[in-house]
Each structure stands twice: as C-alpha cells, then as structure tokens.
Design a binder for this molecule. Structure first.
Ligand code: GLP
Length: 259
C-alpha cells in the first residue's frame, strides 16, 4: 500500500486525478467511480484536464459503486445523479458506457446480481476510485460485513444514515437500503485509489491503513490488495503513526519501485 500525503484537499485531488490520467494513458479502459465529498476535487480536476489538456474518457466504461434503494432516478440525492453532476457531465464519457445501479429496480437483489454479472463480463476494473465513510465503510459496505462480499442489497447503519442526513435534510429522508458492490468485488480491480480529506476522516484512515484487517473497519481489507494508493490530505493523515515513513518512501522512490 502506498500512502501519499498532500497539504490540502485540492492538492490531494490533483494527485488522484493525475493517477487517473496516467492509468488511462497506460491503457486502462474500465474505471470504477465512487461518490463522497473527498472526491469532489478529484472530479473537478479531471474535468479541468478534459477541458484543457485533452484528457478523454471516450473509450472508457465506468461503473458506479453503489446506490440508494427506492430514490426516484431523478432525485438529486440519488448517487446516479451525483455522479452525473460531478464527473460524468463534465467529461466525454459515453452515457451508454456509464453503468449505474438502478435503485428503483422492482427487485433490488436481482439488480445487484445483474451488476455483478455485468462486471464479470466487462471487467475487471482497471482503476477503482474510493472514498471512505467515517465508520470505515467503502462503497456502502458497513462495519461487520463480509470481507468476501459481492454486489448485493445492504442495510445502512444508523451512523451512516445520521452522517448522510446533512445531505438529505434529516435522517428520516435517508433511505435504509442500498445496492453496493461487495468488498471482494471491489478487490478485483487492478488498482484501488482511496481518497480521504478532512479531519473527520482521520480515525477511519488510521484504522484502514494501520489497524488490523477486520470487518469492523471494512476499508482495512485494502491491506490485502496488491496495488492500493491512499491519497489523503494532512488533516485526514493526522492519526497515522508512520507518516514520516510514507513521506520518506515518496521522496526516495527508486526507479522500478512501483508501489
Ligand atoms: C457515501 C458513499 C461512500 C463514501 C462516503 C463518504 O456513503 N457511498 O462510498 O465513502 O459517502 O462520504 P463523504 O466523503 O461525503 O463523507
């Protein structure tokens, strides 16, 4: 696992967007998208690179990680709308190649199985972007979930619903159920890039990066993946014990050491 610490959220966004750009230049054609406040700067910078530097997504399939169950497709809080507003509408992604979970499917469990099947046929994902919840979730894989989980219907914890109430205007408005790629599904991507910014993410980042691998912190499963880059700002890095070592690795990275 490579841990890259940047002074602030904007710099972290630039670094992560640079990783995406490099991956596409290296031939990645399938990417995984996530939602979350830590990704705002990443998506902003990808849009800028598209406008000013010729970065193109025209040959890319993009999969969204998760979605609330039951929100109307055009609800502004539906993650499919968030992903359209943030990166998708600002770059040249082919709408037919933007693959979104249908939160309004009559049978959400069957929709989850369809996504898993689709990923098997189109994947593997070359580069997966991730944010992290304050309770250590990635996607909507909540604490206690199986480290071997696949895409499925899940129930949110009240902690997550409380956390997201600020966006919905009240906890009662936050759906209780979601469709999310599982931890094992996410782990099939060749390269995972977790972005976390802000002081409220510091405990989750420390648990994920330096704590034990445990379902109590679903993001800790990333420690078992062969290629993970964690891009964080100083505030999110505040509780890491090995900050000096991560900086040393970045400063002295020899040619040939990939991660
Ligand atoms: C939602 C997403 C998660 C993300 C989390 C963090 O819950 N489903 O994938 O990790 O948001 O959001 P924020 O960074 O806004 O706290």
């Amino acid at each position: 696992m490579e841990v890259v610490i940047r002074p602030d959220a904007e710099a972290a966004g630039l670094t992560a967007a640079g990783i995406v750009q490099q991956s596409l230049a290296d031939g990645v054609t399938t990417i995984g998208l996530a939602t979350g406040s830590s990704l705002t700067e990443v998506y902003r910078d990808l849009a800028r690179r598209h406008r000013h530097e010729g970065l193109t997504f025209s040959d890319v399939d993009a999969f969204l990680l998760d979605e609330y169950v039951g929100l109307p497709a055009l609800d502004p809080q539906a993650l499919t709308q968030v992903i359209r507003r943030e990166p998708a509408d600002h770059v040249d992604l082919d709408p037919a190649r933007l693959h979104l979970p249908a939160g309004t499917a009559a049978d959400p469990a069957a929709e989850a199985r369809r996504i898993e099947q689709h990923l098997t046929e189109t994947g593997p994902v070359g580069l997966q972007l991730l944010d992290i919840g304050v309770n250590g979730h990635i996607g909507f894989n909540e604490p206690g979930c199986s480290l071997a989980s696949r895409t499925r219907l899940k129930t949110l914890t009240d902690d997550t619903r409380r956390e997201n109430a600020r966006i919905f205007g009240g906890i009662d408005e936050v759906p209780r159920h979601v469709i999310t790629q599982g931890l094992a599904t996410i782990g099939e991507a060749a390269h995972l890039v977790l972005i976390a910014t802000g002081p409220h993410k510091a405990c989750a980042v420390a648990a994920a990066v330096e704590g034990p691998v445990t379902a109590a912190c679903p993001a800790s499963v990333l420690q078992l993946h062969p290629h993970v880059t964690v891009v964080i700002d100083e505030l999110a890095a505040a509780r890491l014990q090995q900050k000096a070592y991560y900086r040393c690795i970045e400063r002295h990275k020899p040619v040939g050491q990939r991660y």
